[in-house]
Design a protein around this ligand. Structure first.
Ligand SMILES: [Zn+2]
Length: 623
């Protein structure tokens, strides 16, 4: 490959247009406002160098945050990234402590009568263990006497075995979570698991170098830890608002907030400390109504209403408010203002999107027009570091009206490759498209480059010049993005256009770890979306799966190329464990090795080849 070709596929510096966009934003914002830095530093007690946790986490690669802002990073995101680079143990108020910056999320410790109550034990065990060690060194070597999961996302429960041993759990350690936690934790990402996992590789920047031209921050936190993840079921559920429990001698009052930031989530208040935990419902940025890795759209109206209810329930007694990400707030007046503005942030987006939709504007048009009112725009905690106004407006539109904007021209569009070939031909061929793309790039119109040259990439995926130009446009948009996930999407897309992964004949599957945690019912559900309709054709395998590990029996049959399952008996039985079924489905074990027992073995053998295996590394920015 020539030097010129190498250069075309190299990472590039910020262009003049990107530097100008950054300068304009820096000028428009009070970028030297230090108020959040004071909040983020308040109560600091101790840390470990670089928050280093062997094999799972380190802030060392982010040492460049101590210097001047590189011109490849949006100035507002840079500010948030510096706040999220702080790490260590902090006193929120005497009796309430947080370790921040050891993962994307916070772990909080409450001083009980005899030990420590843990709120949200991070994503993986090693950072949670390191946080507990730091706490014990500074504030007392006491046992863990209870665990609370605020909600059903993995960065709030996955590290539980770092703070509690299997023996503690067997001995009856209390683990408290909102009702519906387990179902939401196991089911939210199952049916669309492969595609969500693949898109998450873009959203969280896990494939990018950590440097000024790569991943700098997720907005929500510095990044996700990579230690041991597990799911330990709660021992008790919080079912209703107003429910009060005593945990290690500490009274806790709960507010359940289902279908807000997560399907199962709750806020709660500690009267003894005047401390309010807002879970992930109120954080120091605009959160996602729609998460770009892909998920069902969240309910902005309910989210806002529950924040309003929290104000009513708790604000009068609250002296400090903390959350599962970012830094706390002190002072009753400041907390009220913060909560009221967070409440109105989500309601404003909801209401204004629907107002404009009712005037006949479509999602793209609304996203382009929507601006916050001055009172909300003046706050840092309403800014688009994670969710953006743009994609959240589209989310509200989608929740009420779906993908179609009503214009018949958009009812039956050609898919990207077919459209790409037609556009390229209509524009006079590849060279003409590239010439116009380069002109737009020089003019700094990167959104237009992405749309235009995207047609050429899909028409001619092996066109190096097209891939290089498309990557260059993604890269500048990544540099300009205020949102951590937008930056990581753009920069990961650029990286993959420049360095395509070699194609594979066999599916490179994501780890089947998630499947193994599923109840049998969810596991069988996940098989139904693997059934290849064309292959299934008129086949009608029919058997009863007898799970010898759980004693459960499920009637499983295929009819009209649809996989049905229900508890109970159906066709002839076949005995196996859930683990063996997973191994057979993902190909970790061959059918001959399995030595299945029962008359239904032949029907299971007929079903297995009809199930697809998914490749995690499908292309996103190219066909
Ligand atoms: Zn979280």
């Amino acid at each position: 490959m020539s030097e010129q070709a190498d250069q075309d596929m190299a990472r590039k510096p910020a262009t003049a247009a990107t530097r100008a966009a950054h300068a304009a934003m820096a000028k428009a914002l009070p970028i030297d406002d230090g108020a959040d830095f004071q909040l983020a530093d308040r109560g600091f007690l101790a840390t470990v160098p670089d928050a280093e946790v062997t094999g799972a986490w380190s802030q060392r690669p982010f040492g460049f945050m101590e210097g001047e802002r590189p011109d490849t990073v949006n100035p507002s995101l840079w500010r948030q990234a510096r706040l999220n680079a702080r790490h260590g143990l902090y006193e929120v108020t005497p009796g309430v402590y947080q370790v921040r910056g050891f993962d994307i999320s916070n772990i909080t410790f409450i001083e009980g009568e005899t030990g420590w109550i843990v709120i949200d034990p991070l994503t993986s065990a090693q950072p949670a263990e390191a946080a507990l060690k730091l706490l014990r060194e500074c504030k007392g070597d006491r046992p863990v006497t209870g665990v609370i999961y605020t909600h059903s996302h993995v960065d709030h429960y996955g590290g539980v075995l770092g703070v509690a041993s299997p023996q503690d759990i067997a001995a009856g350690l209390r683990i408290v979570a909102p009702e519906g936690f387990l179902e939401a934790a196991v089911a939210e990402n199952v049916l669309a698991g492969n595609v969500m996992s693949r898109r998450a590789t873009h959203m969280y920047g896990g494939l990018l170098p950590k440097d000024p031209q790569g991943h700098v921050d997720s907005g929500l936190g510095k990044g996700v830890s990579t230690g041991r993840v597990s799911l330990v079921a709660p021992t008790e559920s919080i079912t209703h608002t107003g429910q009060t429990i005593e945990l290690d001698g500490i009274e806790i009052r709960f507010q359940v907030t289902p279908d807000t930031e997560a399907p199962a989530e709750m806020n709660f208040f500690f009267p003894k400390f005047g401390a309010l935990c807002m879970a992930e419902n109120c954080t120091c940025h605009l959160h996602n109504l729609y998460t770009p890795r892909g998920a069902q759209v969240r309910d902005a109206k309910a989210w806002s209403r529950y924040i309003d209810e929290a104000l009513d329930l708790f604000a009068a007694d609250t002296k400090v408010m903390f959350a599962s990400h970012h830094w706390p707030r002190w002072d009753e007046g400041a907390i009220r203002t913060f909560l009221a503005k967070q409440r109105d942030l989500y309601k404003y987006i909801h209401d204004q999107t629907l107002r404009m939709a009712n005037h006949g504007l479509n999602a793209t048009e609304i996203a382009e027009l929507l601006r916050l009112p001055p009172s909300l725009e003046a706050e840092w905690h309403t800014r688009s570091y994670y969710g953006t106004l743009s994609h959240n407006a589209k989310a509200v539109y989608q929740r009420y009206l779906g993908w179609f904007d009503g214009n018949p021209a958009n009812l039956h569009k050609h898919p990207p490759e077919a459209a790409g070939r037609r556009y390229v031909a209509a524009m006079g061929g590849a060279d003409a498209v590239l010439a116009e793309g380069r002109r737009a790039f020089e003019a700094g119109d990167y959104r237009w480059v992405a749309e235009l040259v995207g047609h050429l990439v899909f028409a001619e995926p092996d066109n190096r010049a097209a891939r290089a130009l498309q990557a260059d446009s993604f890269e500048q948009m990544g540099y300009q993005a205020e949102s951590g996930p937008w930056r990581d999407f753009y920069l990961t897309g650029a990286q993959e256009l420049r360095n395509p992964r070699p194609k594979s004949d066999t599916p490179r599957q994501a780890s089947p770890g998630q499947l193994r945690t599923l109840p049998a019912d969810n596991l069988l559900d996940s098989l139904s979306v693997r059934l290849n309709g064309e292959k299934a054709g008129a086949a009608t395998p029919d058997f009863t799966a007898v799970f010898t590990d759980t004693g459960e029996r499920f009637a499983v049959r295929v009819e009209n190329a649809v996989l049905h399952h229900r508890p109970g008996d159906g066709g002839p039985p076949v005995e196996l464990t859930r683990g063996l079924l997973i191994d057979l489905v993902v190909g970790a074990k061959a059918l001959e090795e399995a030595q299945l027992e029962g008359e239904g073995a032949a029907a299971l053998a007929e079903l297995l080849p009809l199930l697809d295996r998914f490749d995690l590394w499908f292309e996103i920015s190219a066909p």
